[in-house]
Design a protein. Structure first.
Length: 417
């Protein structure tokens, strides 16, 4: 502090009208719709200082003070930051966008300019770093390491050939970072293996899942193994939107196939439908493709391994139509690669869908509706009831909204527990 890439990005986010702490990913998505018309202004706000360093120009920013973030915690526990940009930005650009108001060309261009300059500063730092320590692998952490567009560009435009970004790379991972520091640096113990899957959260019993469905009067059937996968794969192939709730919840900011809303990635109207009727969020926000790891090279220009959805990569031109619902404005997508060793059930569900559609990809977004990702069975059921989801799969239990029933071959009723 105060020379922080995160502060720079957050200040511009606030000016564009995304003022909730953690809304930066929205601006990353919006950036694809604009042009870098404010590149010169961004360079004035954030200047490269050589030798892997950078500085914020104080004229454009308000200091947060040494009490950040505790001094800004609301009674709800949320961080409520005051404006981080100064009046200099207002004098140059006019008043900030009011949250919830129409997004203008200026807002889109500011988002694009901010994102492009952020990337360039990171690329300059990474190139300098590689010159000092000539290794091919990079580990990144912190809130800025969640910028998937920049993460993919590092692997395109610097000598680094691979990267590791933890599933909880931001503040939520500091506890394990402290523990690993003590284990390795203080106690001198042998290095632990890297974390390769994120499903470390709570897991709930079948009886609790069934009780949650019964409490809302939802008829359901119980299926296991391949019958469950074939049944749900059939729903997805027919264009139905599925709430998929399995095993332990994900640690970190991404839904990775245990607390996910899933859909067909190739239906052109699917993105708008989910944004409008289920997620109830801004229409420019994209969805991620979950793809079988061995199929990545067939569909994406960078054949990366991205198990925690940390890289935004371009879809090959002849594959943008088959992946219409996950293809963003710039023909890119936030890649989620799935290996069977990481999540066997989810891997096999994608396989069951691929057997019907010849697409080894599912549209994947977090299981929520303008709230934290659901964790308990009761939260999943509540989200299903109040949203326009077609199907809920709660562990082995499948329930379907009236008029969107499964094939007649599957008998729907209360589970026999």
């Amino acid at each position: 502090m105060p020379h922080s890439l995160g502060f720079f990005y957050t200040a511009v986010c606030q000016f564009i009208g995304f003022d909730r702490f953690g809304d930066e990913y929205k601006v990353m998505g919006l950036s694809a719709y604009g042009q870098p018309a404010y590149a010169e202004l961004m360079r004035a706000m954030l200047r490269g200082a050589g030798q892997g360093a950078y500085r914020l120009e104080s004229e454009y920013f308000r200091p947060l003070g040494a009490g950040f973030p505790a001094d800004y915690a609301a009674d709800s526990g949320e961080i409520a930051l005051p404006p981080m940009h100064s009046d200099s930005l207002v004098r140059q650009l006019g008043p900030p966008r009011i949250p919830g108001s129409q997004i203008t060309v200026r807002d889109k261009d500011l988002a694009c300019s901010c994102q492009k300059h952020f990337e360039q500063v990171v690329i300059d730092c990474a190139n300098w770093l590689h010159g000092q320590v000539r290794l091919d692998a990079l580990v990144a952490a912190g809130g800025c390491a969640l910028n998937g567009v920049c993460n993919a560009r590092i692997l395109r435009d610097t000598p680094f050939e691979r990267s590791y970004i933890h599933c909880a790379a931001s503040d939520d991972g500091t506890a394990v970072g402290a523990a690993l520091y003590v284990w390795h640096a203080v106690l001198g113990r042998e290095r632990s293996e890297p974390i390769e899957q994120a499903y470390w959260g709570p897991e709930y019993s079948r009886s609790r899942m069934a009780a949650a469905l019964d409490s809302r009067g939802l008829a359901h059937t119980e299926l296991d193994g391949q019958p469950l996968l074939e049944h749900v794969g059939g729903h997805l192939a027919r264009g139905r939107v599925v709430g998929w709730y399995q095993a332990g919840s994900e640690w970190g900011s991404r839904a990775l196939g245990n607390r996910s809303i899933l859909a067909h990635p190739g239906l052109p109207g699917m993105k708008d439908l989910i944004n409008r009727k289920i997620k109830r969020r801004e229409p420019f926000r994209p969805f991620a493709p979950s793809v079988l790891a061995e199929a990545v090279e067939e569909y994406f220009e960078q054949p990366l391994d991205s198990p925690f959805m940390m890289h935004v990569v371009r879809i090959k031109p002849h594959k943008t139509a088959p992946l219409a619902a996950v293809c963003h404005e710039d023909s890119a997508a936030r890649l989620h690669t799935v290996r069977r060793s990481q999540n066997p059930l989810y891997y096999d569900l994608i396989g069951a869908f691929a057997a019907r559609t010849h697409l080894p990809v599912l549209l994947n977004t977090s299981f929520n509706e303008n709230e934290p990702i659901v964790d308990t069975p009761e939260q999943a059921v509540d989200c299903f009831v109040r949203s326009d989801l077609d199907v809920l799969v709660l562990g082995p239990y499948v329930t379907v909204k009236p008029g969107r029933e499964p094939d007649a071959s599957v008998q729907v009723g209360k589970s026999d527990r």
